[in-house]
Design a protein around this ligand. Structure first.
Ligand code: NAI
Length: 334
């Protein structure tokens, strides 16, 4: 029998978790033969709500769900985990400054970085979802000094999925034929959606692989509308739903972790925010979204893509934002 994989979800009484845990327990993240033990963490005032979620998980009778550890204690949550999905974060309240928001989140992710360092399996794969996701991931990484930086990542897969879906609608093909759209940089409005290396698979009456740019055949739309549509999609969902994206975020988390552990397909890359090694002149040590391929549980940044000058300008702006976030976060840490 297969050893169950221990998966921590923080923010477990929140919105995203309410979709995510059911996807994990039903086998969508690790496949139909991999049992899971869910570790669920939230803060003490959410303890009752968390109990309710556990009851619902039990009521699903998932064959792959080996057991559930629901807790408000950090050590209990982080002990021996193989995968950490850090969703819980402090939300931005009315009148709250960006800096104040960063400050509370630095304190949360400092504690969780230390807990990863002390209690988690040495191979733990960490995905940070809670915002500001890139800088929260960096905070945790810095505090988990015994773990390799390559164990850490932040979520930009939702932005990639949004971009691919918009392209599929514009071109009139199934979204599955839209491949290799890239998100560079920060998971924020400075993110850089880039279709210049993407293609449409089996575009009707054309080649097997047709560039997105010629398939869309509307540079004005690509440059002036598509990019801001992707950058602002999160805000547009909030305006409509009065709540932030939740099911689509959970779905993106499943895609991110599954590709990281089980591997990307040949000829395809996905976007993950990971620890920069200096590729594409992005300063080393930022958590930056890059195109990556994954194999045997390790990601590697796709090399050698030619970046045009308009994309480069946007990459410079998102880099600057991330450097400023990093400086602020590190000043709170020290
Ligand atoms: P939510 O407010 O519904 O749930 C957050 C949960 O986290 C709450 O239950 C809260 O009590 C808990 N929490 C707060 N501090 C905690 C701590 N120290 N330890 C454990 N749990 C803690 O929020 P929702 O909608 O689930 O979103 C969660 C986060 O994900 C937000 O920061 C949101 O901005 C971010 N997000 C990121 C996306 C991305 O693509 N990277 C996409 C969508 C949301």
């Amino acid at each position: 029998s297969v050893t169950p994989i221990k998966v921590l979800v923080t923010g477990a009484a929140g919105q995203i978790a309410y979709s995510l845990m059911f996807m994990i327990a039903s086998g969508q993240m690790f496949g139909p033969y991999q049992p899971v033990i869910l570790h669920l963490l939230d803060i003490p005032k959410m303890a009752d709500a968390l109990k309710g979620v556990v009851m619902e998980l039990q009521d699903c009778s998932y064959p792959l769900l080996h057991s559930v550890v629901a807790t408000t204690d950090v050590q209990t949550a982080f002990i021996h985990i193989n995968v950490a999905i850090l969703v819980g974060a402090f939300p931005r309240g009315p009148g709250m400054q960006r800096k104040d928001l960063l400050k509370v989140n630095v304190s949360i992710f400092k504690e969780q970085g230390e807990a990863l360092n002390k209690y988690a399996s040495r191979g733990v794969k960490v995905l940070v979802v809670g915002n500001p996701a890139n800088t929260n991931a960096l905070t945790a990484l810095v505090k988990a000094s015994d773990l390799p930086p390559s164990n850490f990542s932040a979520l930009t897969r939702l932005d990639q999925n949004r971009a691919q879906s918009m392209i599929s609608e514009k071109v009139g093909v199934n979204v599955d034929s839209v491949r290799n759209v890239i998100i560079w940089g920060n998971h924020s409005q400075t993110q850089v959606p880039d279709v210049n290396h993407g293609y449409i698979l089996n575009y009707p009456n054309r080649g097997l692989i047709e560039p997105i740019q010629t398939s869309v055949n509307d540079d004005k739309w690509l440059n002036e509308q598509f990019i801001p549509l992707v950058q602002n999609r999160g805000a547009t969902v909030i305006a409509a739903r009065k709540l932030s994206s939740a099911a689509s975020a959970a779905n993106a988390i499943v895609g991110h972790v599954r590709d990281w552990l089980l591997g990307t397909k040949d000829g395809e890359h996905v976007s993950m925010a990971v620890y920069s090694d200096g590729s594409y002149n992005v300063p080393k040590g930022l958590i930056f979204s890059f195109p990556v391929t994954c194999r045997n549980g390790e990601w590697s940044i796709v090399q050698g893509l030619k970046i045009n000058s308009s994309t480069q300008q946007k990459i410079d702006a998102t880099t600057k934002e991330l450097q400023e976030e990093k400086e602020t976060a590190m000043s709170f840490l020290n």
